[in-house]
Every structure is written in C-alpha cells, then in structure tokens.
Design a protein around this ligand. Structure first.
Ligand SMILES: Nc1nc(O)c(N)c(N[C@@H]2O[C@H](COP(=O)(O)O)[C@@H](O)[C@H]2O)n1
Ligand SMILES: [Fe+2]
Length: 234
C-alpha cells in the first residue's frame, strides 16, 4: 500500500490536501477594447492558483461555463441549472480522483452571483463542504473599469493602447454595464457602477491592481483556515 507523504513540501497542515480551490469566471464576455473576453476567468484563476500555492490546498483549475442575468447581454452564458450541473460534474470528479472533502469556489464574474442559491443542492449532490468566495467582485468596481484594467495590467492581459477608448460607451456600452437600462433600474449597484464610469472614467494603476489581487487571495486563504478549523479540527 503506497503511503503518500502528506507533510512533504511547504505544507503547514496535512489536512489542507482535503481542500480544493477552483476558479469560476466567464471566458466569453465583452469587457471593452482594452480587456480580453476571458478577463473574469483569468482574474479568478490567478487568485485561485496563488491561494493554492500559498496555502498548499489543491488547485482544481477553472470551470468553463458562466451564468448571466437575462437583462445583461454582453457575452455567451448558460442557464443557472446548466452551470450548477457542470459544477457538480467537475467537483464529483475532483472528489473521486483526489479524495478532497471541501472546496472553495473563487468567483470572478458578477453574473455568477445567483449560483449561491444552488450551493445547498450542489453540496448535497457532491457530499462536499463548499465555500463561494466572490470577494473580487465586491472590491473591483465597474465591469471593465479601473479595477479590472489595473488587475489586467498586473496579469499582462491589457491592451494599454485601447484604454483611451474604453469609455467610448456608444461603441463599448458593456463597460460599467452602462447600456443595460433594465439591469441598472433593477440593481442600484449596477446603476452606481455605470454612473462611476460616466463621471470618473477609467485609469490603470498596477499598484492598485496588485492590492486588489492580494486582498482577494488573502480572503481565500482565510476561507482555507476556516475550513481547516471547522471541518478538520485544525
Ligand atoms: N456581469 C455582471 N453581472 C451581474 O449580474 C452583476 N450584478 C454585475 N455586477 C457589476 O459588474 C461588476 C462585475 O463585472 P464582471 O462580472 O467582473 O465582468 C461588478 O463589480 C459589479 O459592478 N456584473
Ligand atoms: Fe469582468
């Protein structure tokens, strides 16, 4: 019988091998001319991967599909049911092959927020403890705004020559979700982000981008500690 050396490497607590960290974003969504369509997936993956490196938890990659509310049409998205079924499929596979018993989902796309209503069913179906971490959505500000631009500068995925055109809202109305009138009427936070873009424009600041990413990574590290404490008796 092979004994795996669970304490090998930079691992504070062998129970960390029972925890998986997986990214969830959007790969097919317009973010203005300065940012790639998979900005959300890349930001979420960067946060998830670095949190896995720092904590020793298992990095499970990224989930492909994403959801979006019907009032916002700036990309290709799936129904909440389809996203939930895909998450169940991927997490069952991770549990089967890696023996994990809890997961932290790092969400980088605002349109996925309703998945929180499916978490109980996903936990039941997979028999996994699941934490949804959307910290970066809470702190990044408007869609395609200065927060995402600054993080994209850190990740090296920005086209800086196009930043001057990012707020040409007649062409790139998805920035700040400005063109989605009903979504702005329904959600004061979306309305606030659209006004922010119109009143303040956008800027790129690498220091700010690093601070946003570090804040999000530290938030995931705290979730790892909470899972170790509550689920594995730290
Ligand atoms: N894309 C999106 N869909 C929703 O349903 C939302 N409530 C929001 N929220 C706003 O957009 C920002 C996130 O944009 P990304 O999802 O990262 O592209 C978020 O900060 C809110 O301002 N967004
Ligand atoms: Fe985004």
């Amino acid at each position: 019988m092979l004994n795996l050396r669970l304490n090998a490497g930079n691992v504070q607590n062998p129970n960390v091998h029972k925890i998986g960290i997986i990214a969830l974003g959007s790969h097919l969504e317009n973010h203005g001319p300065a940012l790639p369509i998979d900005t959300d997936a890349k930001i979420a993956s960067y946060i998830a991967f670095n949190a896995a490196l720092e904590s020793g938890a298992k990095f499970l990659g990224v989930i492909y599909p994403a959801h979006e509310i019907k009032e916002i049409n700036h990309g290709i998205h799936v129904s909440l049911e389809d996203l939930s079924n895909e998450i169940i499929k991927v997490l069952k596979s991770a549990k089967n092959y890696l023996g994990i018993s809890s997961v932290i989902i790092v969400n980088g796309h605002g349109g996925n927020l309703p998945i929180v209503t499916c978490l109980y069913d996903i936990e039941e179906e997979t028999d996994l403890l699941i934490t949804l971490n959307s910290k970066i959505i809470e702190s990044e500000g408007p869609h395609g705004g200065s927060g995402e631009l600054s993080m994209a500068k850190v990740l090296g995925i920005i086209d800086e020559s196009e930043v001057k055109n990012q707020t040409n809202l007649s062409k790139y109305g998805e920035v700040g979700l400005s063109m989605f009138t009903q979504a702005r009427l329904n959600d004061p936070k979306i309305e606030e982000s659209a006004i922010d873009i119109q009143e303040n424009g956008v800027y790129v600041d690498e220091v700010y981008g690093n601070e946003l990413l570090k804040l999000a990574i530290n938030s995931v590290l705290l979730d790892v500690e909470k899972q170790l404490d509550s689920h594995y008796g730290y």
